[in-house]
Design a protein around this ligand. Sequence first.
Ligand code: SAM
Length: 218
Amino acid sequence: MSRKTSDPRFPDSYIGLMSNEYNESIWMERNQKKTTSICIQYLYDKKLNDIDHGKTEIEENSLLLDIGCGTGFSSEIISTHGFRVVGVDILKDMLFKAGEKKRLYSEYRKIEFILADINSLPLREMTFDHVLSVSAYNFITHGLLENKKKEKRINTTARYLHKILKPLGRIIIEFYPLDEQELNSYISSFINNGFNGFLIKKHEKQKSGQTFLLVKKQ
Ligand SMILES: C[S@@+](CC[C@H](N)C(=O)[O-])C[C@H]1O[C@@H](n2cnc3c(N)ncnc32)[C@H](O)[C@@H]1O
């Protein structure tokens, strides 16, 4: 996996030898870390404050949840920025690599990793200041074919994230919606479940592809 040549498939692209290849790809590491830094910058976008006057400064020591943390590239950068971070991933092969690096490098020692599906995390209400997800959120509907079931899953996840976030907590997601309709489903899932503002960052006139979605809890 020297660089991305085709769209990754879940879970095939992330198990067994593929998890090794993923973790050792310099291109992947650079790409995930760069995208995560952009997400952190977007997290505090002042434009969301038109709706209310929440915080806009990076609050060091805040607790962030990294959804679909994989082998830990995003969590590592979040931690380097001074946040406390909990990474969650559903695949043990990916998380194993994250754990190896945590043991090896002292600067990553404070990162907590949890092996779990984001839809069934055993976490208390209002635990996290913010949530971040890089190149993973699309996978929450994996295995569901009918649109109705996908919508239901997307809504359940948004409701759950609302529960574990503190008031005014923000979520930044970098993902790849297939089209405008799919992007709108994700936006609606947040608006219908207690989030009161959103921003989209993508190229002008872009209809699909890499998209950043930022939402804020009421
Ligand atoms: C592109 S990879 C990891 C990206 C990550 N930002 C990084 O720095 O390596 C996407 C990850 O999402 C995880 N994933 C997919 N569905 C998930 C779910 N329902 N709950 C938790 N993690 C999930 C996959 O196992 C995979 O490791």
